[in-house]
Design a protein around this ligand. Sequence first.
Ligand code: CO
Length: 282
Amino acid sequence: MRNILIPIILLCFLHSNTCMAQKEKNGILLVAFGTTVPKAKIALDNFDKIFKAAFPNTEIRWAYSSKFIRKKLRKQGFEIDSPIEALAKMGEDGFKTVYVQSLHTIPGSEYNDLIKTVDAFQNMPKGVQKVKSSTPLLYNHHDMEECSKALLSNLPKERKAKEAVILMGHGTHHPANIYYPGLQYYLWKHDKNVFVGTVEGSPELSDILETLKEKNIKKIWLMPFMAVAGDHAINDMAGKEEDSWKSILEKENFKVECYLKGTGEINDIAKLWVKHLKEIMK
Ligand code: CO
């Protein structure tokens, strides 16, 4: 009896092992720029919540693309992976296919660096076999239409039509900066009093000022057009210093209200990123 049992047990064990090897383990990697502002993390937590709800059966991991942010967080005792570290660990943990979703706004430097990383991780020996990446919030004509509609239906409720809204985008030296004036075109199709400005690119606030005066605008709402309402929104947009947008506009006699919500906190917009990921996971 014993002589028969041992080979049977051994066979069962070998069979279950090959079955496990056949079942592919897939995962999702969400890549944000990152933030060191605890309050701004609400937006990233919201992304986590809505992605988990959309993909309940797939493990979701996180990476921050900003080395500066990761370094600053490390000093505060928080470890967060770079995209390279996260993909290497996912390979080590047995993931065969990883779907990477950039939580960036435009296809600028951060996004293009991420694509280079994704390319480098294809067919890694003993690692992840396939890495598929999706696009950021704004990429094609359809994204521009959907995002501008989602923005316009999520402006501060108290804002009246004759009052202006200025969205503060990040802006970049990268050619993809063109997405900001591009978005302006799409927004103006629906609402001529909604403006797009940037902190580190163009259009600048000074480009918008003249139009505001021509239109005889009295009151302005400031709102970030960034995934998180972090340092730029809190200080450069709504800060007390005299070079903040709020101070500059008040000095020009406009009444200013600030709405401190990142686009990651606005479900209609955050879901557009989810939609992009769903497209590549089809
Ligand atoms: Co910046």
